[in-house]
Design a protein around this ligand. Structure first.
Ligand code: NAD
Length: 258
């Protein structure tokens, strides 16, 4: 089955690296026109150089005014909107709840959850104008299990599930579908940073931390950005036409978090 996005216009936050970058590549290969934002100038330029039919802009999704400017630039560039991927996220602090500052809490909620709300709010009229569309939000296994030492991140990612299911009900009559993805540990620089911080907080070695994380999955493995991006493509294509309100786990059969 070929997953086709010919003629679709897609906006992906944090699309220059990691999961967002792989999603931008697959969308472009499937025929979509893509606009990304990111905070990494070099990576953004690299994506512009290497991915056909892609444009983008430097934007920190926690900056509400910049987010609005970026959204308007994306609409100008794309000429409308069919697909929105709210991918931007940050790990936030790795600390016990009593040690977390309000500022760190707020930054984590803003980048993961509030940006998802603001982007979706701006996108809905354009998706409606397009006669329907799809929103994909990046939750996490931390939005399905408790995640010791990561309470702001877990709260934000559980919040994304509730937001997604509610949007699906509100927007279904307009043929706008809304799903979220719950990745487990994804191979790459981000999980390396997460493991380092968790190992330090738990006073164990990074290798022990990595082994423990893999050992609690059925497949004894981490997943890849390609696994996640492929599911996002599936859900945005005609193959996902009747899928909405779902939180889809791609995690090798994860049974909890440590
Ligand atoms: P990543 O850390 O690899 O970062 C991807 C991109 O986000 C980078 O190019 C970075 O420059 C950009 N970025 C970071 N902060 C930003 C901001 N404030 N505004 C705009 N861009 C920003 O991330 P990833 O691993 O690809 O994760 C993508 C999404 O998937 C996130 O929402 C994350 O919480 C979620 N997730 C990731 C994992 C994992 O193991 N990697 C697991 C579960 C969920």
């Amino acid at each position: 089955m070929k997953l086709d996005l010919t003629g679709k216009r897609a906006l992906i936050t944090a699309g220059a690296g990691g999961i967002g970058r792989r999603t931008a590549e697959l969308f472009s290969e499937a025929g979509a026109k893509v606009f990304i934002c990111d905070i990494d100038q070099n990576q953004l330029e690299d994506a512009r150089d290497k991915i056909p039919n892609l444009n983008g802009m430097i934007t920190d999704v926690s900056d509400k005014l910049a987010l609005k400017d970026m959204f308007e630039a994306a609409i100008d560039d794309l000429g409308g909107l069919d697909l929105l991927v709210n991918n931007a996220g940050t790990a936030g602090p790795t600390e016990r709840v009593e040690d977390i500052s309000l500022e760190d809490w707020q930054t984590c909620i803003d980048i993961n959850l509030t940006s998802t709300f603001l982007m979706s709010q701006m996108a809905v009229p354009y998706l409606r104008d397009a006669g329907g569309g799809a929103i994909i939000n990046l939750s996490s296994a931390a939005g399905k299990f408790g995640f010791p030492l990561r309470s702001p991140y877990s709260a934000a990612k559980w919040g994304i599930v509730g937001f997604t299911r509610t949007l699906a009900l509100e927007l279904g009559p307009d043929r706008i579908r809304c799903n979220c993805i719950q990745p487990g540990a994804v191979e790459g620089a981000r999980i390396d940073r997460v493991i380092k911080a968790k190992a330090a907080a738990k006073k164990v070695s990074e290798n022990a931390m990595r082994d423990e994380l893999a050992s609690i999955t059925a497949l004894k493995t981490f997943v890849t950005a390609d696994d996640i991006a492929s599911m996002i493509l599936f859900l945005c294509s005609k193959a996902g036409a009747h899928i909405t309100g779902q939180a889809v786990s791609i995690d090798g059969g994860l049974e909890g978090l440590v």
